[in-house]
Design a protein. Structure first.
Length: 297
């Protein structure tokens, strides 16, 4: 992250309903001479954090025609948010309530939401709890039905919990594991991803989340069908929605995407060519579809 990038946001700390100290990044809109637009709330994937959205947030906050305030969230147990002493609270319902608490703390009444993977599942729950907050959504490689094989691969990858001695080594490690499903990425993209995923502790680079987060994945009985969120999706799809699917995603199938679009005028879709789970939204091959969707609101 460049020094100018670090100065482009302020850190926000707020309390959850159960008293945890949680964190988010707040990127103000560059509004000189331009009317401010609705704010964007960015919700990351299962083990990810607010840094995932740094480059996207800069692009949206400084968009010449329609700059927007962007708030990127660290869920409990990730990034700068406090770890939960009860790992059972690492679930989408609790995390949705945390996001609502953030919106209430900031006095935000109507927002655009971008949900990557886990973030999109949280938005399905929010459509039931607080639909008034949602003006439109972007679902990044997620829908109401996920593939068991893709989730098992995520479980196994997180379980390995790789540790590195440098960000360059971490970037190479990420490319070695995920390169086959992300042929569109170059070495700079992998290095950016390493900076987003890893943090330095005790002289080593470690994944920036509570290791207990993976407990619930190991508790899933994959011999049974995974639960789906189709009823919640029906409520979420009442608002305008852009769905982005990674071409090589193993978690979010083309069949589910087609079912989401069927007879729903509010839902549009884009395939991120050369990306797996989950596409980099700031990437040159993905951002144009996002930047075309957001100015409608």
């Amino acid at each position: 992250m460049t020094a100018s990038g670090a100065q482009a946001f302020r850190d926000i700390f707020f309390s959850s309903e159960d008293g945890l100290r949680l964190h988010a990044r707040d990127y103000p809109a560059a509004t000189s001479g331009v009317k401010a637009q609705l704010p964007v709330i960015c919700l990351p994937g299962l083990s990810r954090n607010a840094r995932d959205f740094h480059q996207l947030a800069l692009m949206l906050a400084h968009a010449p025609a329609a700059p927007r305030r962007v708030v990127a969230v660290d869920y409990r147990g990730r990034g700068l948010s406090q770890y939960d002493p009860s790992p059972a609270n690492y679930n989408v319902m609790t995390e949705c309530r945390d996001v609502i608490a953030l919106c209430d703390t900031l006095g935000l009444k109507r927002c655009l939401f971008i949900g990557t993977s886990r973030g999109g599942l949280i938005l399905h729950v929010m459509a039931a709890l607080r639909p008034d907050l949602i003006t439109a959504t972007v679902l990044n490689d997620i829908g109401p039905e996920i593939e068991a094989q893709g989730l098992m691969e995520i479980r196994d990858y997180l379980g390995r919990r790789a540790i590195y001695s440098s960000f360059e080594e971490a970037a190479n490690g990420l490319a070695a594991v995920h390169g086959a499903t992300f042929p569109a990425l170059d070495p700079i993209d992998w290095l950016d991803m390493a900076h987003a995923l890893y943090t330095e502790r005790a002289g080593a680079l470690v994944p920036d989340y509570d290791p207990a987060l993976n407990d619930q994945l190991y508790a899933i009985d994959f011999s049974k069908p995974l639960p789906t969120l189709w009823p919640q999706f029906e409520s979420l799809a009442e608002k305008p929605m852009l769905v982005i699917r990674g071409e090589h995603s193993k978690l979010f199938s083309e069949q589910t995407l087609q079912a989401m679009m069927e007879n729903r005028a509010n839902v549009t879709a884009q395939t991120a060519r050369g990306h797996g789970h989950a596409p980099l939204l700031h990437h040159r091959d993905v951002f144009p579809s996002l930047s075309a969707f957001l100015p409608r609101f």
